[in-house]
Design a protein around this ligand. Sequence first.
Ligand SMILES: O=C(CCC(O)(O)[C@H](Cc1ccccc1)NC(=O)c1ccccc1)N[C@@H](Cc1ccccc1)C(=O)O
Ligand SMILES: [Zn+2]
Length: 591
Amino acid sequence: AFYNETQAKLFLKFYEQPARIVFNEFMEATWNYVTNITKRNRKNMFQKEVEKSQFMLYFGSRARLFKTDHFQNPDVKRMLSKLQNIDKSALPTEDLQKYNRLLTYMETTYSTAEVCLDEGPCIPLEPDLEEIMATSRDEKELLWAWQRWRDAVGRQIRPVFEHYVQLSNKAAQYNGYKDMGALWRAKYESNTLEEDLKRLFDELQPLYLNLHAYVRRSLFRYYGPEVINLRGPIPAHLLGNMWAQSWDNILDIALPYPKKPPEDVTKIMKNQHWKPEKMFQEANIFITSLGLLPAPSEFWVKSMLEKPADGREVECHASAWKFYRGNDVRIKKCTEVTIEDLLSIFHQMGHIQYYLQFQNLSVIYQEGASPAFEEAVGSVITLSASSHKHLLSRGLLSQQHQDSEEEVNFLLGIALEKIAFIPFSYLVDVFRWKVFDGTITKSIYNQEWWNLRLKYQGLCPPVTRSEEDFDPGAKFHIPASVPYVRYFLSLVLQFQFHEALCRASGHAGPLHRCDIYNSKVAGKMLGDVLKLGSSRPWQEVLKEMTGQSNISAKSFLSYFKPLLHWLVNENVKQGDILGWLDYSCSFEEKS
Ligand SMILES: O=C(CCC(O)(O)[C@H](Cc1ccccc1)NC(=O)c1ccccc1)N[C@@H](Cc1ccccc1)C(=O)O
Ligand SMILES: [Zn+2]
């Protein structure tokens, strides 16, 4: 075993350059595959994956040999401990190759799945099925898209998923964790993670229950008593989204003051002939107005900003990429000209900004302070970008003044995106942690998924589900093995950041009217956080930015305070109960 600190420093120094080369080649091979799904590109990706894993295993296993107890330099200790976690690379080559085949099969099945009309074309999730879920108001059509997507994806993934769980846990155990859920949770460097999550969820519950009751009433008015039970859960296909994770697309049905409908920003964008590139430039303009770094020229050349028109099969789910080589950063997104996609682009550009800000750190620190910080950066900018004040200043709205009723309409729109997302973003990994720790066995995957969907979201499946189905597999992050609790924590964190940045920018008044656009002070505050990468525990980074080291729902609650009063009032007026006493969609009687 190696003991002294000097050798450890040399070891870490020696790691840097080869790591950049190995990771660059791996990322290039993976990028080539997801932007052009072919057998050859898959084979090349597998090859580069094996090389990367051998490299990680070599350094990860040697990093374990150092006894760091008496080391002076905290950085050396932190870097060595991070180097030891090598995830799936710890698997024996045979298992690793099987695992990579499973992962690629699941992710590619999701990305290439289509739903075929009885006679005629087959349609993909993006943009077609998502467009139907967002805009159709025909309950039968919504049911068709909802069910056929799950038939096409969930059912195919189920048999493979069971093997994925076993190999994931084996990899986790090789890294010293009891199961993959424990390995994922360890990324948050907190031994109170699960109780913190529960506490945050409980603090946000009143907001969700009131929104749920109000939306249920709105859907009852629109679709009638045949479809909606005012004392029961809401059928999952009516919320304007394939997974009912955000409900912003049914604002028209749930609008508090229908006589004062908000302007349709998507329509305005189309009338102004917006193109995907202009949408990315718009996000870049916002980010540079804060004094942060612009997207480099390589970004504009190498990104995939639209679904290719040449018939290539691609993975459409948006993502941001770094290539460990200077300014080579890219986004892959099948962009449609809609306000929803414009805001999603701000989210992706937040990932890019993190890359640009921490690129001079050691490779070991080139990640977010926590996975939730990664996700919160882009989303906090989105909070300003979606404000009435900002959209007005950018010519995406023309109505100058917003009266109090229009303001309630606006807040409800943000609530349909953010508050609806609370239980969904919480339950996805509650489900997966239970699958990994064996609480949820493979014979009850689907019924346990729907138990959680009922318990936390107050939703029910619009048609009978069985254990032939695998509905969680119909959501990208499950076949792609991407953890999800990061989005729940990001939901809370982005409002905490927003409040701190708004205060720094000199904003006075309600939080939902704040737009940090052009504030160099806010930009510096954010940039200083991003420059740290994962070199410091996220609790310390949060304290430097907001003055407190614990994640708190206070900002989230204060942003929506005006709306909560309105919702409570409205639900009392309608005599609506909060929650769902019944437990099914009661479709049995119907069918
Ligand atoms: O999945 C995404 C956006 C994609 C992403 O940017 O989070 C992407 C997911 C991903 C894709 C492939 C491999 C790994 C992760 N994450 C990144 O591109 C990323 C993540 C960490 C660091 C740098 C980039 N959003 C989630 C949740 C969400 C977030 C924000 C608004 C609405 C909804 C969803 O759509 O359900
Ligand atoms: Zn993200």
